[in-house]
Design a protein around this ligand. Structure first.
Ligand SMILES: CNc1nc2cc(C(=O)NN)ccc2[nH]1
Length: 373
């Protein structure tokens, strides 16, 4: 087999990059959007629906899966791909972010984090080594280092402490991961909104010669411009020939502006979470199906879409389902929104390939500037 993990840069348009990551379970076209499959499911959708939208890779949350059904149980059942019937690449996060945002009674020290499950209060310890072990039990293709992500705004000293700890944990994860052909471990650049700390984190991680690099600790309460400024500091310091993944981002506008600054991979709960709450993303902007003005509208969300949820159902029907809290409403809007995001990414890839990314991004952003339609 040729290199089991290969990132090919195919074109550039300014700092925007068109590429492809080739792994044993398949190829990931970049810039890529990874639907979030938190508890081994992209909420309300079958994996066939997810694949049908054009997704090449999904994300799994280590924190949720270690608590329920348990990493050892998933391993006994053949790993996450077999368990969830998704045979394509899976990226798992390390659990650090969810521990800090969901778990209770958390204690963090050099060794790792100890916490109580938000489900049943059971006590857990998560070290960098255990996080990598869990991701291996899940049979994850791209594994993330354990890090500490601090909410912003935060004092410089606090951001520095968390960033330095994350660097030490990156080295421990690198050693624990070892050499697993066909799989990859990504480092995560931390450093809050501090350029000097972002630079140090990027340069130390670069020296570890990892297969890919995430930019973490953003979209945690800071203004969009601060996030973008941190990308302008960080991306140029990362190796050009490795993929760059912005964690937890974002809206279509966030994605366009981050691709323009050199990001290749994204994940965000927005399309599925918004869908469950009645919000549809369309080429002409957002449609809030809870709004009564859709009650008699026989038009579909987008008659030209290749997604049945967008093309085959009236807004009146979708409005009815959402108002009636019928689960079909959540499913159809999640399906529409994931399809919208995959079409957004395909349009971005095409634009970079034809050198028209700037005008394409302006066109997409303009379609959103009008607010809800
Ligand atoms: C929604 N915002 C958001 N920011 C994130 C940051 C991280 C991170 O730094 N993990 N190590 C993970 C998920 C995130 N989601």
């Amino acid at each position: 087999m040729s290199e089991p993990f290969r990132f090919q840069l195919q074109a550039k348009d300014g700092a925007a990059r068109l590429g492809a990551i080739t792994m044993p379970r398949g190829t990931i076209r970049t810039p890529a959007f990874m639907p979030v499959g938190t508890a081994a499911t992209v909420k309300t959708l079958t994996m066939d629906q997810v694949r049908g939208t054009g997704a090449d890779i999904i994300l799994g949350n280590t924190y949720h899966l270690m608590l329920r059904p348990g990493a050892e149980r998933v391993a006994r059942l053949g790993g996450l791909h077999e368990f969830a019937r998704w045979p394509h690449p899976i990226l798992t996060d390390s659990g650090g972010f969810q521990v800090m945002s969901l778990a209770t009674l958390r204690k963090l020290d050099e060794k790792g984090v100890t916490f109580r499950s938000h489900i049943d209060g059971a006590k857990y310890e998560m070290s960098p080594e255990r996080s990598i072990e869990i991701q291996g039990l899940l049979d994850s293709d791209i594994q993330m280092q354990l890090d500490e992500c601090v909410a912003l705004p935060a004092a410089y000293a606090e951001v520095e402490r968390a960033m330095e700890l994350s660097l030490r944990w990156a080295e421990r994860c690198r050693i624990a991961f070892g050499d697993q052909p066909g799989r990859a471990m990504f480092g995560i650049v931390q450093g809050g909104a501090e350029p000097a700390l972002r630079e140090r984190s990027a340069l130390v991680l670069k020296a570890m010669d990892l297969k890919g690099y995430a930019v973490g600790g953003l979209a945690v309460g800071e203004p969009q411009q601060v996030m973008l400024d941190m990308l302008e500091v960080t991306c140029p310091l990362l190796p050009a020939e490795k993929p760059r993944y912005l964690m937890g981002v974002g809206t279509p506008d966030d994605i366009l502006k981050s691709v323009a600054r050199g990001i290749d991979m994204f994940d965000c709960v927005m399309p599925t979470r918004a869908g469950r709450h009645g919000l549809a993303f369309t080429r002409r902007g957002r449609v809030n199906l809870r709004n009564a003005r859709h009650a008699d509208d026989h038009r579909p969300l987008d008659e030209e879409s290749d997604c049945p949820a967008a093309r085959d159902y009236s807004r009146a029907y979708l409005h009815h389902l959402i108002r009636a809290q019928e689960s079909l409403g959540a499913m159809l809007l999640s399906w529409n929104n994931i399809a919208y995001y995959q079409n957004l990414m395909q349009g971005i890839r095409d634009a970079i390939g034809s050198g028209t990314f700037v005008s394409h991004a302006e066109k997409i952003s303009a379609s959103w500037a009008q607010g809800d339609i």
